[in-house]
Design a protein around this ligand. Structure first.
Ligand code: 13P
Length: 301
């Protein structure tokens, strides 16, 4: 492990590479990364990167986003099958049909989407800025794709808007049910329950706080409380335990494990740098329009 870490550091220098890792990555991967964070933070870093190579430890749409905002860079996804079922729940064609049913209505797409869907959208958002992005639009009606749960959460925060939602969801967050929250309330009555907005609305309604992965981490850091139950992927719990050993963290549901995020190992990061794999390419047909959609997000927030 130490040997592998040393090799990764050496190759990183040699290739002038930066390693970005999402909060859901394995601890061994987070430890070797230059930056760890949520989708929004990592997309900003990718857009401003001065490196020749970006190794994106996450899932495909994240690496694709990095390539869209930094088209001259070599972007590598260490595990080529690390996908996102939520992003795959909508196609460009599906979105075009929805748009044709609501002519003139602007489209906000969650960053968990393909380059084609981004190209068909007006502005992108992440879970950390979705409310702000939707609120920034002058229109009353807004199409929001593909995460129905995040869309519902946003709609409740911007009640003057009417959101037209797509029926997509994160299969990992969807496992959590209200009864799970009620159970942990009984078990840990003083604990704060922090939940990701990809959980279903009945679950989010029972939370003490709803926010992106980084917002959940920040909440726990700033809080005076000592016990927290975390309603998002288990990678966040690892970070919390590691960085705040004097506080207690519990995972809300044992199924909160994203199998795609867990595909990337230290070994994968090494091979990515060594063999320059797997390089991300974005079809030229979508690249420019998808870039505009992402740039609009980066300008608003
Ligand atoms: P973040 O916006 O917190 O990075 O969440 C991304 C994600 O895919 C959650 O499942």
């Amino acid at each position: 492990m130490l040997e592998l870490t040393r090799e990764i550091q050496r190759l990183k220098q040699e290739r002038n590479a930066v390693i970005l890792a999402h909060n859901y990555q394995l601890e061994e991967v987070q430890k070797v990364a230059d930056y760890v964070g949520d989708s929004f933070y990592l997309s900003k870093l990718a857009a401003n990167s001065q490196h020749d190579v970006i190794v994106f430890c996450g899932v495909r749409f994240m690496a694709e986003t990095a390539k869209i905002v930094s088209p001259t860079k070599i972007v590598l996804l260490p595990e080529k099958d690390a996908g996102c079922p939520l992003a795959e729940m909508i196609t460009g064609q599906g979105l075009r049909i929805l748009k044709s049913q609501h002519p003139g209505v602007p489209v906000v797409c969650y960053i968990n989407s393909s380059a084609e869907v981004k190209a068909e959208s007006d502005i992108c958002c992440t879970s950390a800025n979705a409310v702000k992005i939707v609120a920034s639009l002058p229109d009353r009606k807004v199409i929001f794709v593909p995460d129905e749960n995040l869309g519902d959460y946003v709609a409740k925060q911007v009640s003057d808007k009417e959101l037209i939602l797509w029926k997509g969801h994160c299969v990992t967050h969807a496992k959590v049910q209200p009864k799970d929250v009620n159970q942990v309330r009984e078990l840990y009555p003083t604990a704060k329950i922090l939940i990701h907005p990809e959980c279903n609305p009945a679950v989010a309604a029972l939370a003490d706080f709803v926010g992106s992965t980084s917002e959940i981490i920040r909440y726990a850091q700033l809080s005076e409380e000592s016990t927290f139950v975390i309603g998002t992927e288990m990678g966040v719990v690892c970070t919390l335990k590691e960085t705040m050993p004097n506080k207690q963290f519990f995972l809300l549901h044992p199924g909160l494990v994203c199998p795609n995020m867990k595909k990337t190992r230290l070994e994968s990061v090494y091979r990515a740098l060594q063999d320059q794999q797997y390089e991300i390419h974005v079809e030229s047909e979508y690249a420019l329009r998808a870039q505009l959609t992402l740039q609009r997000m980066l300008e608003v927030v």
